[in-house]
Design a protein around this ligand. Sequence first.
Ligand SMILES: C[S@@+](CC[C@H](N)C(=O)[O-])C[C@H]1O[C@@H](n2cnc3c(N)ncnc32)[C@H](O)[C@@H]1O
Length: 315
Amino acid sequence: MSNNMFTHEPVMLTEILDVFSGLSGGVFLDATLGGAGHAHAVLEAHPNIELLGIDRDEHALAFARERLSVFSERVTLRHARFDRIAEVLTQTNTHSLAGVLFDLGVSSPQLDHADRGFSYRHDSPLDMRMDQSQSFSALQVVNEFSAENLVQILKENADERFAGRIAKAIVRSRPIHTTLELAEVVITAIPAAARRRGGHPAKRTFQAIRIEVNHELAVLPIALSSAIDALAPGARLAVLTYHSGEDRITKSIMRDAETGGCTCPATLPCVCGRKALVRRVRTPKTPSDAEQAVNRRSTAARLRVVERLDSGMEM
Ligand SMILES: C[S@@+](CC[C@H](N)C(=O)[O-])C[C@H]1O[C@@H](n2cnc3c(N)ncnc32)[C@H](O)[C@@H]1O
């Protein structure tokens, strides 16, 4: 994939810039750098900020490096999975963070470039690895997982109503080598009346398999907790999610940090001594109608933001 073919519209850019309008110095972490749309805007708006950018996709990093070259003195990029934030901070000698952004999921080029094997619209070998140095790919999930396992990931990762029928059809049709073969198997497994509702019939199956291949939900809790731990007092963490699984995990990690894990009854004084680490910041939760009208991929976005308290507050 050539670098000039990387186009990805940053989602809720105005709202994200608002969330981070108070930045005055220090290191800003973009944990899902992608095409660096958000990162570029943050660097432009805040001349005193340094950027640490992480992505597990080498193609995205190569593009971002080029795009951010005008700011090169303020930019450090690392090829890493975001649950390794703590390690990356140690390696880069970063002691605390002035702000953190997670813009979860896939970028437009990952979906649009046929050779990445993510899309039910273009034919290519089944792949779906964000990090191409990893060996586990969609080929194994589709051809080696048991029907029970497939049902579980279709339900958990994509709320697929027809999980049982799709899983049986996949197992029956093996071996399946390409994206279009898989899409066809899924389409024929879904009752005809349901195929006409709710977008492409294979969309949820592809999402579920992609999430499994990249362990997207498994690595999220540790990544968000490490980010909260590294925030400087007053610094903010913003997370853009694109489906219910990601949003549930984000909400739960943020709620735990907001209560500090305190479960004392609300009507009685706290006796457990746990401390709140963050407070919730109220922001628009979804993209404006205008943004949704011009950027189809923004429609599923949900924004959640917390701000680190001074040093933990008694509950
Ligand atoms: C939605 S895109 C980010 C787009 C970016 N905000 C922009 O404005 O161009 C998500 C990016 O996060 C990366 N990513 C997803 N999960 C990751 C993980 N666990 N660790 C590191 N990078 C990840 C993907 O490779 C992809 O490039």
